[in-house]
Ligand binder design. Structure first.
Ligand code: AKG
Ligand code: FE2
Length: 360
C-alpha cells in the first residue's frame, strides 16, 4: 500500500481469460475452471416470490425523519443487511445515461477495452479482480473498476474515453450516489444512536469506488456463478441493477433469496464496516450473482468506505454494557481492505482479521 496520498493498489492478480470474449468465440463453451462444485451451484428454480420479502425503504421519508421508516431501516439492517431504496431523488435520466454508457463500453471490441486493462498490481481498470491463484474457480464476469473519491486517487488513464461522455456520466452518477449515501448515513447514524453527522465523520475522508460488473450469458447457468458469494468490505454498497435481468441473490435464513429489480430503485447492502461499528447488530450479508442463458446482465456497484487511514472498531455505546462482549477489534481500514483484496472471494472469510479471538 502506498502513502496517504497514493491510490491503494494491493494486488497482484493472476491474469485470466476475458469471459465476454470466451462467449463471443463459442457461446456453448464453459471451460472447467468456471464449473462450481455441486454444492456451490445455483438452483435455478424460480424463487422470485421470495424477492418481495426484501425490505423497500423510501428515502424521502427518511429525510423527513419519519419514525416508521427509520424503524423499518433498523429492522432491514438487522434482519436482512439489504434493502431497496425508492424515492432516492436521482433523476431517471442520470441512471439511464450511466446504464447506456456502460452497455456501450462493454460492446466495444476487446482491443479497445484493453486500453484500460487493469495491470497486475492495481485495483483500477478493466479486467477480472480477486483472482489470486491458478487453481481457484473463476467467476462468469468481467468488470471495470474506478476509484472516484477522493479525487486524487483517480487514475484517468483507466477512465474510458469511449463511448463519448463516459467520464462525465461516471462523475455525474457518482456525485448523485454520493448524495444518496450521505443522506442514508444520516438515518443510519440516528438508528445507531448517534448524531446525524457521526457516521460520515467516522470515515475521516470518505472513499468511493465504482465497479461495473458485466455478466455474459452462459450456456450452462446452473454450473457457474457470475460472482462468488461474498460480503463487501465497505460501509455500504449502493447497487444499480438492470431493470429486466435478474441475477443478484442474498442469504436469508440459509436460503438464497433473489433481489429482483424494482425499476429505478437502488439496492443497498450493509458492508463489513457497519457490522464492525455496530458490533454485529447490523449484518453485512453474503450475496452472489447467478448467470442466465439468454441475456447479458450489467450491474453498477458503488462501494462507500472509510479512508484507508481510519481506524475501525465497535462503537462503545453499541457494546452490551452487561456482557461487554466485543466481537470485533480495532483495525486500520487500509489493512482490512488490503487483507480482503489479497484473498479470493470466499464468503466472509476476509472478516476474520477483525474478529476478537475467542478461547475455544
Ligand atoms: O451484480 C450484482 O448484483 C452484485 C455485484 C456485487 O456483489 C459486487 O460487485 O460486489
Ligand atoms: Fe458485493
Amino acid at each position: 500500500m502506498g502513502s496517504n496520498d497514493e491510490a491503494p493498489t494491493y494486488t497482484p492478480w493472476v491474469p485470466v481469460p476475458n469471459v465476454q470474449e470466451l462467449v463471443r468465440e463459442d457461446p456453448l463453451q464453459v471451460p472447467l475452471r468456471y464449473v462450481r462444485e455441486p454444492e456451490d451451484r445455483p438452483k435455478l428454480s424460480d424463487m422470485s416470490h421470495l424477492s418481495s420479502l426484501v425490505p423497500v425503504i423510501d428515502l424521502s421519508l427518511l429525510l423527513l425523519r419519519n419514525k416508521e421508516e427509520l424503524n423499518k431501516l433498523d429492522l432491514a439492517c438487522q434482519d436482512w443487511g439489504f434493502f431497496q431504496v425508492v424515492n432516492h431523488g436521482i433523476a431517471k435520466q442520470v441512471l439511464r445515461k450511466m446504464k447506456d454508457a456502460a452497455a456501450e463500453f462493454f460492446e466495444l471490441p476487446l482491443e479497445e477495452k484493453n486500453k484500460y486493462v487493469m495491470s497486475s498490481s492495481d485495483v483500477q481498470g478493466y479486467g477480472q479482480a480477486y483472482v489470486v491463484s491458478e487453481e481457484q474457480i473463476l467467476d462468469w464476469s468481467d468488470a471495470l473498476i474506478l476509484l472516484v473519491h477522493p479525487s486524487h486517487y483517480r487514475k484517468l488513464k483507466f477512465w474510458p474515453k469511449s463511448p463519448t461522455g463516459f467520464q462525465e456520466i461516471v462523475e455525474e452518477y457518482s456525485n448523485a450516489i454520493h448524495k444518496v449515501a450521505t443522506e442514508l448515513f444520516q438515518s443510519l447514524s440516528l438508528i445507531m444512536g448517534m448524531d446525524k453527522d457521526a457516521l460520515l465523520g467516522l470515515h475521516k475522508q470518505l472513499m468511493q469506488g465504482y465497479r461495473v460488473n458485466y455478466y455474459p450469458p452462459c450456456s450452462k447457468p446452473d454450473q457457474v456463478l457470475g460472482i462468488t458469494p461474498h460480503s463487501d468490505a465497505s460501509t455500504i454498497t449502493i447497487l444499480m441493477q438492470d431493470d429486466d435481468v435478474c441475477g443478484l441473490q442474498l442469504v436469508h435464513n440459509n436460503e438464497w433469496v433473489p433481489v429482483n429489480p424494482i425499476p429505478d430503485a437502488l439496492v443497498v447492502n450493509i458492508g463489513d464496516i457497519i457490522e464492525i461499528w455496530s458490533n454485529g447488530k447490523y449484518k453485512s450479508i453474503e450475496h452472489r450473482a447467478v448467470a442466465n442463458d439468454t441475456k447479458a446482465r450489467v450491474s453498477h456497484a458503488t462501494f462507500i468506505t472509510p479512508n484507508v487511514e481510519a481506524e475501525i472498531e465497535p462503537l462503545n455505546h453499541m457494546i452490551d454494557p452487561k456482557t461487554k462482549q466485543q466481537i470485533y477489534k480495532k483495525v486500520k481500514y487500509g489493512d482490512y481492505l488490503r487483507n480482503s483484496m489479497k484473498k479470493k472471494l470466499q464468503g466472509k472469510a476476509h472478516t476474520e482479521i477483525a474478529k476478537v479471538e475467542t478461547l475455544a
